[in-house]
Write a protein that binds this ligand. Structure first.
Ligand code: HSE
Length: 392
């Protein structure tokens, strides 16, 4: 019998306790050993929970109980979550988390402690919610040189964009719904401004290229400044507006990573990813493009947490080699060539005079040829453009 503890009883923590309870027979059969939640740590009381007898308020009970092999951190943030993660690893326990902020910001150090203590620090649930994504990247695609990663990595913003476009909901109402469904972060600014997706593209880049891409060095733009006018023009021309995380390895080994809203052609799979769903394309030099799709936030994320608990137990003797080293050599994402959507009080002929060939997609909107963000900003300024968005 393997025992684990869950820290935090919000959407993910309670979801994980439920998965462990409901699927206990299947899990035991697959693992060859029963797995049981021994403690649930939360400052609140849950007298009506089927696990009511497992609630504790003192982390030291988990830390000092040799029976607890795995600790699942569902607290969030980087303060208490980091302290308890460090202490659990130091106490020789495997730690599983969905905390992308903690993994993206302090993952290198935490993985170093895990290596020193010969335990696992696993975070499949930190990117893409329920989607199996990190393990396929670092395990199944280990034989590739990873060239590019592009994905819809935030469920809240994808949900908001979908509700606004399909149902005419207001931004504020759509955000409230996403919060009620347990998709949004405690402070939804992280979702709306692209910071959550930024942390996730950093984790993907770290695993893809083995070197740290710090969130503080990545340009992140969210959806708060998007004008519905542009969403409508894009739709009439066969594009959807999607918030994408994008990371590339450039010739010479530099890595570029950023988050920004893009026009995505409806011919591309990513364009049909709606609601809370996430999708991520990974291109390797052996596999070419592979695509992962599923629910990116909320209770289904417990599936990925449970998978990591099982994996930690399976690797209790020989830990999974996982980690990244010193800082990646980063390229300025503003220099990456890409096509741009520009809208304003100008004609296609005006735009052509400023930047050469353009595609007119509406009487007052064009798509340019590929150019850097720096050049596109100069063009937008000359045309006094009212809106400017990347095109994938
Ligand atoms: N707030 C996050 C999202 C939760 O909406 O994607 C899952 O990481």
């Amino acid at each position: 019998m393997a025992k684990f503890a869950i820290m935090g009883h919000g959407t993910l923590g309670s979801g994980l306790a439920e998965v462990a309870r409901v699927n206990k027979d299947e899990i035991a059969a697959r693992l060859g050993e029963a797995v049981e939640v021994k403690y649930i740590l939360d400052i609140r009381d849950f007298p009506d929970s089927p696990d009511a007898d497992k609630f504790i308020k003192d982390f030291a009970i988990i830390e000092n109980d040799p029976e607890v092999e795995v600790v699942v951190e569902c607290i969030g943030g980087t303060k208490v979550a980091q302290e308890f993660t460090r202490r659990a690893l130091q106490a020789g326990k495997h730690v599983v988390t969905a905390n992308k902020e903690l993994v993206a910001t302090f993952g290198k150090d935490l993985l170093a402690i895990a290596a020193e203590k010969n335990v696992n620090y696993l975070f499949e649930a930190s990117v893409g919610g329920a989607i199996p994504l990190l393990r396929p990247l670092f395990q199944c695609m280990a034989g590739n040189q990873i060239e590019e990663i592009a994905g819809i990595l935030n469920g809240t913003t994808n949900y908001i964009l979908t509700r606004m476009v399909q149902d005419g909901a207001s931004f504020a109402d759509a955000l409230k719904e996403a919060q009620a469904k347990g998709y949004a972060e405690a402070d939804p600014t992280a979702d709306v401004e692209g910071i959550d997706a930024g942390r996730k593209i950093c984790i993907l880049a770290n695993l893809a290229w083995g070197k740290e891409v710090a969130p503080s060095k990545v340009s992140m733009t969210g959806i708060s400044a998007i004008d519905l006018k542009d969403v409508d023009i894009a739709a009439s021309a066969g594009y959807k507006v999607k918030l994408l995380g994008h990371a590339l390895r450039l010739d010479g080994g530099k890595v570029a990573a950023y988050v920004a809203p893009h026009l995505v052609s409806e011919k591309m799979l990513l364009a049909s990813v709606d609601d809370v769903f996430n999708a991520c394309m990974i291109r390797g030099n052996a596999a070419d493009e592979v695509m992962f799709y599923g629910r990116g936030a909320g209770k289904p994320t417990a599936s990925a947490l449970m998978g990591d608990v099982i994996d930690a137990i399976q690797h209790r003797e020989k830990r999974r080699e996982l980690g990244w080293s010193e800082s990646a050599d980063l390229a300025d994402s503003a220099l990456l060539p890409m096509k741009w959507y520009l809208r304003g009080d100008f004609t296609a002929a005006d735009a052509k005079a400023v930047c050469g060939e353009v595609e007119e997609i509406a009487p007052n909107a064009v798509i340019t040829a590929a150019m850097s963000e720096i050049d596109a900003k100069a063009v937008a300024e000359k045309l006094s453009a009212a809106a400017m968005l990347r095109v994938l």
